[in-house]
Design a protein around this ligand. Structure first.
Ligand SMILES: [Zn+2]
Length: 124
């Protein structure tokens, strides 16, 4: 029973932290904004003082991982037999992959910063 409640509490904290990152808020307090402008992150949280990127290499790892999420749809389409036959179909396929990548970049960077925060909190 203690293990189950510990797991529920921990998973709640993880989901809350990821939600804060997706909303562009500080993963620790949820108050301070993550971004100065589009995807340029503040150095620290204005509310709690959390240093967002202690090591840029760690954040970069999570950015690479979250960048691959939209690509999974293209890989899945090719895997399940989608083959563009002409240049128009190739261009449409490229746009169908590129537009979600560009449209979701701010959310994915926020998610990467939240994942970086979680990794530093539990694995450092
Ligand atoms: Zn904060």
């Amino acid at each position: 029973m203690i293990c189950a409640s510990w797991f529920v509490l921990r998973s709640h904290v993880i989901l809350q932290t990821l939600r804060r990152g997706l909303r562009g808020r500080c993963p620790q307090c949820g108050e301070g904004p993550l971004f100065v402008r589009f995807i340029k992150a503040h150095e620290r949280c204005s509310a709690c003082g959390l240093l967002y990127q202690r090591d840029y290499g760690d954040t970069w790892l999570f950015i690479i991982i979250t960048d691959r999420i939209p690509m999974l749809f293209g890989v899945a389409a090719l895997y399940f037999g989608f083959r563009p036959e002409n240049w128009l179909a190739n261009a449409a396929f490229f746009l169908a992959l590129a537009l979600p990548i560009v449209a979701t970049i701010r959310y994915r960077v926020g998610l990467a910063l939240a994942l970086n925060y979680l990794s530093g909190r539990w694995f450092a």
